[in-house]
Design a protein around this ligand. Structure first.
Ligand code: HSE
Length: 311
């Protein structure tokens, strides 16, 4: 095989109390990565980005970091031409770097027909998060690679494990992406505002919410999932970074959303719905919340995605 292409979905991380642990793949938008062997066997990785705002140097690019690491581990020496077509906007909390990383890992594994487990693919894709977040967090990449709702079980010193649960059929989301300037390395910035320690009461609240979310996914109960989406640790520390946060949340709930939270590190906001009946109303309400705060926004109604695949 001379070339391989994979597409990987956007994703939302955290779902409120599941900071760095929960991820849900969203079928809103996709990144596409094509990897081609070049004529020279010089081990060079050349990346062509569809979005020139994202650095194309392999060591500062999420797809590049993944490919470099996999080539090293599998002793691959071809020169590679990599084309990354961005569908997921970078810097808005929709798992953009994770989507490029996931597509890169799956495309490279496809190109060389590597025999690796899906879990290992997630671990490789997580290499890419270092480029944008400065840390190897697994929530977006695990969802983007595996699809559905994923719990990343990555206790200190233990081997990462990823638990996938098929989401309920009637789960719909509306994501509102505000057109506001975001700082470079936004995720790193959004992580720097978080408290180093939390009161026990807050930890108990979030554990209770997170458990409810997991039970909701396991039982296929959208209402239960939504009841758990209430975070008293990360969201209060980050909401000042999002103009219109309170209005967007209030409006979405009034329009019929069951829960609303920051998507990943933001600034996008995500609403959870049972069925799609109220989706347009919720989308308009969220856009109005951003507009009242002086920000234009785009909205996407979506369902869970089944993950990364070669095409
Ligand atoms: N869990 C990460 C965070 C997701 O909230 O910082 C970043 O996309």
């Amino acid at each position: 095989m001379k070339s391989c292409t994979a597409i990987a979905p956007s994703s939302t991380a955290n779902l409120g109390p599941g900071y760095d642990v929960f991820g849900l793949a969203l079928d809103a938008l996709y990144d596409r990565v094509t990897i081609k062997k070049s004529a020279k066997k010089d081990g060079t990785i050349r990346i062509k980005m569809s979005d020139s705002a994202i650095p194309a140097a392999p060591e500062s690019n999420s797809a590049g970091l993944v490919i470099k690491k996999m080539m090293q581990d599998f002793s691959l020496s071809d020169g590679l031409e990599v084309a990354v077509k961005k569908g997921v906007p970078a810097g808005y909390g929709m798992g953009s770097s994770a989507a490029s990383a996931a597509a890169a890992a799956v495309a490279l594994a496809g190109l060389y027909r590597l025999k690796i487990t899906k879990e290992k693919l997630v671990e490789y894709a997580a290499e890419g998060e270092v480029a944008s977040a400065g840390a190897r967090h697994y929530d977006n990449v695990s969802a983007s690679v595996l699809g559905g709702f994923v719990i990343s079980s990555v206790g200190e010193g233990s081997v990462p494990r990823f638990i996938r649960i098929e989401p309920p059929k009637d789960l719909y989301m509306v994501v509102a992406v505000p057109s506001i300037p975001v700082p470079e390395r936004k995720t790193e910035v959004a992580r720097s505002v978080l408290p180093a320690q939390v009161p026990l009461k807050s930890a108990v609240h979030n554990v209770s919410g997170a458990s409810t979310i997991v039970a909701g996914f396991a039982l296929g109960d959208v209402g239960m999932v939504a009841r758990g989406i209430n975070d008293v640790i990360v969201e209060p520390a980050r909401k000042h970074l999002i103009p219109g946060y309170d209005g967007v949340k209030k409006n979405a709930i009034s329009a019929g959303a069951l829960a609303v939270t920051i998507s990943g590190a933001g600034p996008s906001m995500i609403a959870f719905l049972k069925g799609k009946k109220d989706a347009n109303k919720v989308a308009r309400a969220m856009a109005a919340g951003f507009s009242d705060a002086g920000a234009k926004s785009r909205t996407f109604t979506c369902r869970p995605s089944s993950g990364t695949r070669t095409v």
